[in-house]
Write a protein that binds this ligand. Sequence first.
Ligand SMILES: C[S@@+](CC[C@H](N)C(=O)[O-])C[C@H]1O[C@@H](n2cnc3c(N)ncnc32)[C@H](O)[C@@H]1O
Length: 270
Amino acid sequence: MGSPSEKRRSTDALYPHRAMIVCAAGGRRTEADALAQGLGVPLVGELPDEPGSLALVLTDERLQVQLTGPGAPGPVYAEFVTGATARRGREAARADEGLLRAAGARHGQTPDVIDATGGLGRDAWLLAALGCRVTLVERHPAVAALLADGLKRARDDETAAEIAARIELIEAEAVAVLGERTADTVIVDPMHPPRRKSAAVRKEMQVFRALVGADGDSDRLLPAAIAAARRRVAVKRPRGARPLPGPAPSGSIDGRSTRFDIYAGGAREA
Ligand SMILES: C[S@@+](CC[C@H](N)C(=O)[O-])C[C@H]1O[C@@H](n2cnc3c(N)ncnc32)[C@H](O)[C@@H]1O
């Protein structure tokens, strides 16, 4: 554990906005307390009216993150039981998804995967729905808390539990995990620079970007990912963006708005 001033410094660096935990569920005060302690941010009684803060809100149903103030976008959370990610998972076997082709998870193949950039776990869920074992790595503690909450709810749901059981969440810097583990496929999807998207995606990105910022150090991930991959690395990029600096990709797979750059893995087959 660092000293209180070290903890304060690192918390300030993690949260570009004023961050807080809000307990909006009468019976979950102890959990909210533990979350506030663990994340090193204050627990407050109510969502503030003023704009400019970022609140992790514990409701009766889930943990969600939202910006405060009038006109702020709606809450963002990890959701695997209902909604688009769950549907994508149910359709995974029939879908012609760029991600599945990029990961080598097609035609009955279920590679084991390290997803080095967890985010809200959508890519990991699709791969796990197809039958892949996925190590899901996320370094931002608040995002890791959202993932842990989403996965817990999935484990408690009888239709989603089997898929959730194939996902192991690790809160850590991916370069460290990639130095210790190997997998058939490593997925890398760092935060992309802002661009034009649908209104709904823009709103969600606004919240997520306020929480995570930009992944300005993503160049470090590529060599670590290549060294850890037994077969391949798939790096998600916006269409039209340059590949990550480093070795040239051996191929790429284009999707509607994204592209996957493929690199041969450098780890030996087990
Ligand atoms: C664009 S999001 C990933 C979205 C994810 N693919 C999904 O399907 O939801 C990028 C995430 O990767 C995390 N991240 C970026 N670099 C990382 C690193 N070196 N180690 C661990 N997590 C990282 C960021 O904190 C952020 O949550």
